[in-house]
Design a protein around this ligand. Structure first.
Ligand code: PHE
Length: 334
């Protein structure tokens, strides 16, 4: 009876203490088993009472152990630390590169293999680097080709409309031979739609040395499209840019081998992917390079546009919406 009182008084929030308690009473060599073994020695007239007390002790002890264990578990569940080692772990979500970065890195990789380095410059530019040095003096009508965002009211401070500005900076600070590509974000004040945005990404390239020719330009572009799109055919259409003369627009048709294949494909086939041309001598002179000694070619392409084509993405706005369902699809693309 003394033990029953002891059992009823016991309380603990430690699993170890509860286990020790269980072993003491209910274990193989515990008190209860001792009492049961003792039973045969108890005088007959006391057997009944002895049996009842021992049974009560057993029930009370068992209940005590169950109750205390349950309340510990409940407290752990409530506080969130439930040490069930069989529970599945929290998944660790890996991020993925943005499709624009994937395509940008691919372009950098292709040009670095033929000796082009990477140059960068500021997104907030001045008039000289974005326009004037590039043969676009003030009031030149071609400035309208690039709808410009000006910073507040100062017409000299603007968001660059192309990364040609980086090439101006590069020519100002480096002597030929120059082989550089300039990837980066550019801004234009255009209506936002599925096809165009007020900001997008470009890679522009520049090669200046003695004797650089239009043939070098074409061969470089052919090398690029083959690396980028697989076996491909390019077409150069005469065009106009203030900073190049002559200038051309480059169309690409990739993955097809003969003229007949082109006709069998749906759609118009040729896709415009970049502008290019021989650097205008005025531009070289503006940047301190002797145009009698040196010639150069330049090209510029939109990364977003190429990423849309490569990944069959229907809307350019998806690149900047940060929708994980979209971004996660590029986990294994590179
Ligand atoms: N800077 C031009 C643009 O953004 C692209 C270009 C670069 C064209 C170099 C010709 C030569 O539209």
């Amino acid at each position: 009876k003394k033990h029953i009182a002891e059992v009823e008084a016991f309380s603990s929030t430690s699993k170890d203490e509860i286990e020790a308690f269980r072993i003491k009473y209910l274990g193989k060599k515990g008190l209860l088993n001792e009492f049961f073994a003792e039973f045969k020695n108890v005088p007959n007239d006391q057997k009944k009472e002895f049996g009842q007390v021992v049974n009560t002790l057993k029930n009370v002890a068992q209940e005590k152990v169950n109750d205390l264990t349950e309340s510990i578990d409940a407290a752990q569940v409530a506080s969130g630390i439930y040490d069930d080692l069989s529970r599945p772990g929290e998944p660790v979500e890996l991020g993925s590169r943005h499709p624009i970065s994937i395509v940008k890195n691919k372009i950098i990789d292709i040009f670095s293999r033929i000796g082009f380095n990477v140059s960068e410059g500021p997104e907030i530019e001045d008039d000289w680097h974005n326009f004037s040095a590039l043969n676009l003096p003030e009031y030149h009508p071609a400035r309208d080709m690039q709808d410009t965002f000006f910073i507040q009211t100062d017409p000299d401070v603007l968001l660059r409309t192309h990364t040609s500005s980086v090439q101006v900076r590069y020519m100002e600070n480096n002597k030929p031979p120059i082989r550089t590509i300039s990837p980066g974000r550019v801004y234009r004040n255009e209506a936002i739609s599925a096809r165009s945005h007020c900001f997008f990404h470009q890679v522009e390239g520049l090669y200046v040395d003695k004797g650089v020719s239009f043939a070098d330009l074409k061969q470089t572009l052919q090398y690029f499209t083959t690396q980028m799109f697989g076996k491909s055919k390019i077409r150069l259409r005469p065009s106009y840019f203030p900073f190049t003369e002559p200038s051309a627009e480059v169309d690409v048709y990739w993955g097809l081998e003969t003229e007949t294949d082109y006709k069998m494909t749906k759609g118009t086939g040729w896709l415009e992917i970049m502008g290019c041309g021989m650097v205008d001598p005025n531009v070289l002179e503006n940047c301190g390079i002797d145009s009698e000694t040196y010639t150069g070619f330049a090209f510029g392409m939109g990364i977003d546009r190429i990423a849309l084509l490569l990944h069959q993405i229907p809307d350019i706005r998806m690149f900047s919406e940060n929708d994980l369902r979209f971004l996660q699809q590029f986990k294994n693309a590179d």
